[in-house]
Ligand binder design. Structure first.
Ligand code: HEC
Ligand code: HEC
Length: 629
């Protein structure tokens, strides 16, 4: 085993001279670090922190609590993993051309870059030390990287947008969190799933379904005994009109427990309190002794420390209501005090965490990744360029300390808007942020919502906010004149907050700053032959009549045969087709999962483009083109 790279304080200056990378660089405005993920050495002395927007990995000494150096890596470092001997750091570059950089830590040198799929966001090293698994978010697969061959040798398809994974300690099973639901949004059950991959056969063996409304999966952790997995996500109450936010009637924030041994869903618990949401649960980790689970809340800037033994005892007792009595009431009419309380009531019970969880406010803003080193939890705080240190020693009253990773640069208006967009503090009782429904860079959550701007009982699919300011009017029916009005009403009617200019102006600036991500259907950035043929068909089939110009919209409302009993007039604003490859499900009510369904199943009379006369090959070419936008 190589020497560990923990740096004694007095050696810092010397090492700084030897290494290519210097001490934390000076911060120019706009030069943010945006830490997202972090890993720790086994001895807990060193942390590696992905500074996502700075294209660096910070090396943090936990004894002196400071950054001792920074390693320059490729664009958008997001996923981090350490080799068994801790000499090599694997860093994913979460870009369309995606790759994993193999970094020799001692030499501060990138040895090579292994090509992966589109946007690898997480990496995990198998204990065999030969394999690395990466979550290729927009290729919708898990890449298997053979480290000897230095190549991605296989991909395992998963339902939709794998964003993080965890391995059982014996390396047998890989649990993968799929960020969004993959099905139609108007179905009776709409939820994202957790995929279980058998690493021996390198196949997907099970998709564990979560309760209806589960979306925005972010974190997964496995207990040290390999028995349970814990998954963080939003549990949306999307079947109800968004008339009132109190007690989580719009979004609740949840942790699902999966029995890894039996490969089955156990239950889902709410992390909220009855009168205060714990918005946007992000990472989850289990302490080495299995006693506690730690969850970060990106929207409320806090961490939950959960008594894991107490949690499981309570889950068991849910079938036996006499075991304990809660003093508060829950969202549902049943509570632990009710003799009828059963396991099915747990996902509706806002008092479930009472007495078995402590909420620890963090000093920084936007907590995301989490790592436990020894008896301390470290949390990456995205917007304040800091990490929080939470001592977990038994008996101590936890408090956190936020340590800056370097100079904090002044925030641009757009950055401030990005922060507010992900912040649940302005929202009534902190139930949700804009990102709860417009997740992953202000795109979609895959669910339908019955907002009140266009009447009741006519749910609409959550729209991506990319290009919203350039494509007025806003909303599927065009009821809002422009995005500014939609932003204002979002703050007022969805967050139940007063839309002040100091709030809405940065939100608008942030949304205007969003840029499209290159489609995974492009080949080296260009159209395939099929897509080129499809491009011509896009004209001849009449698509450009409405999907016109560089943003593929004429800004007008049309009837394309998608009317329903709820929307009998059936006039909808032509949506832009930019990034349509990632915004499924489609149409105003999210009924279509694929572009093919939009053009065939839900276009029987050619009211939505002249498609019925196309041959099968032509249709495929047209779809191929649309998916490259
Ligand atoms: C409860 C889920 C939810 C939350 C929270 C939410 N939105 Fe939305 N948003 C939606 C849905 C659903 C639509 C599409 C509605 C429609 O088409 O009628 C939408 C549409 C929009 C649009 C119009 C997009 C377009 O191009 O037509 C904007 C802008 C917007 N939201 C901004 C925000 C902002 C800013 C916030 C936070 C203050 C926010 N939203 C919070 C669900 C949500
Ligand atoms: C008459 C105007 C018009 C024509 C012609 C037209 N579209 Fe559309 N398109 C629309 C409207 C309006 C919607 C939204 C319908 C809804 O939400 O129910 C839409 C929705 C879509 C969507 C779903 C987008 C999303 O985000 O939900 C796709 C994909 C699409 N059109 C592709 C095409 C293609 C390909 C053609 C040519 C074959 C075409 N359209 C022709 C007006 C048109």
């Amino acid at each position: 085993m190589r020497a560990k790279r923990c740096v004694a304080p007095m050696m810092t200056a010397l090492l700084t001279l030897c290494f290519l990378a210097g001490p934390p660089s000076q911060a120019a405005p706009g030069n943010y670090r945006s830490p997202v993920s972090l890993v720790a050495t086994d001895d807990g002395k060193t942390l590696y922190i992905a500074e996502t927007t700075a294209n660096r990995v910070a090396v943090f000494d936990t004894a002196t609590q400071q950054v001792v150096r920074e390693i320059r890596v490729a664009q958008l470092p997001l996923g981090l993993a350490l080799s068994g001997d801790e000499s090599i750091l694997y860093v994913t570059s979460a870009t369309p051309r995606g790759g994993v950089e193999i970094v020799d830590i001692a030499r501060d040198q990138v040895l090579e870059t292994i090509a992966t799929g589109h946007t690898p966001v997480a990496a995990i090293a198998h204990p065999d030390e030969k394999t690395l698994y990466v979550c290729n978010q927009f290729s919708n697969n898990v890449g298997v990287i053979d480290l000897d061959q230095a190549a991605q040798i296989k991909t395992i398809a998963v339902p939709r947008e794998p964003v993080t994974s965890a391995l059982t300690a014996n390396g047998r099973y890989l649990l993968v969190a799929n960020h969004l639901p993959a099905g139609p949004a108007n179905a009776e059950h709409v939820a994202a799933v957790v995929s279980i991959i058998d690493t021996a056969t390198r196949t997907l063996i099970e998709n564990i379904d979560l309760p209806d409304g589960s979306t925005n999966l972010q974190g997964v952790a496995i207990s040290p005994d390999n028995r349970y997995a814990y998954v963080t996500h939003i549990l949306a109450r999307h079947r109800f009109p968004t008339t009132y936010l109190e007690r989580g009637w719009v979004n609740t924030n949840a942790l699902t427990i999966i029995d890894v041994k039996e490969k089955r869903y156990v239950n889902t618990v709410l992390l909220d309190d009855p009168h205060r949401g714990a918005a946007n649960p992000y990472s989850v980790a289990c302490t080495a002794d299995g006693a506690s689970l730690i969850v970060t809340h990106a929207g409320t800037h806090e961490a939950s420390v959960i008594d894991r033994v107490g949690l499981h005892a309570r889950l068991l007792s849910a079938r036996d209501p006499r075991r304990f009595v809660s003093t508060c009431t829950s969202t549902s009419s049943t509570s632990f005090a009710d003799p009828a309380y059963v396991a099915e009531d747990v996902p509706n019970d806002l008092t479930f965490m009472t007495g078995i969880r402590r909420r620890i406010p963090l000093a920084g803003n936007g907590p995301r990744g989490l790592v436990i080193a020894g008896t301390t939890a470290y949390v990456a705080e995205y917007f304040t360029d800091s990490i929080s240190v939470i001592p977990l020693d038994a008996g101590k009253d936890e408090h956190s300390l936020s340590i800056p990773l370097g100079q904090t640069p002044p925030m641009t208006t757009a950055r401030k808007g990005e922060m507010l967009f992900h912040d649940a503090s302005p929202s009534f009782q902190n139930w949700h942020s804009c990102a709860s429904c417009h997740s992953d860079g202000a795109r979609t959550c895959g669910l339908n919502w019955d907002l009140l701007n266009d009447g009741m009982l006519n749910a609409k699919n959550a729209k991506s906010l990319l290009l919203t300011h350039q494509t007025p009017p806003a909303m599927a029916t065009g009821v809002r004149a422009d995005a500014e009005t939609a932003v204002q009403s979002g703050v007022l009617y969805i967050q139940f907050a007063i839309p002040r200019r100091t709030h809405t102006a940065p939100l608008n600036a942030y949304l205007k700053s969003l840029e499209p991500v290159a489609s995974p259907y492009l080949i080296d950035g260009a159209l395939s032959q099929a897509a080129q043929r499809g491009q011509r068909l896009f004209q001849t089939a009449g698509c450009t009549q409405c999907h016109r110009g560089p943003l593929y919209t004429d800004g007008l409302r049309h009837r394309v045969g998608t009317e329903t009993a709820e929307e009998p007039r059936g006039r909808f604003d032509t949506p832009s087709l930019i990034e349509v490859w990632r915004t499924a499900p489609y149409l105003h009510d999210g009924r279509a999962v694929t572009i093919r369904e939009v053009l065939t199943t839900f276009n029987p009379d050619d009211k939505h483009g002249r498609v019925s006369t196309l041959s099968e090959d032509e249709l495929s070419d047209l779809i191929e083109y649309v998916l490259t936008r």
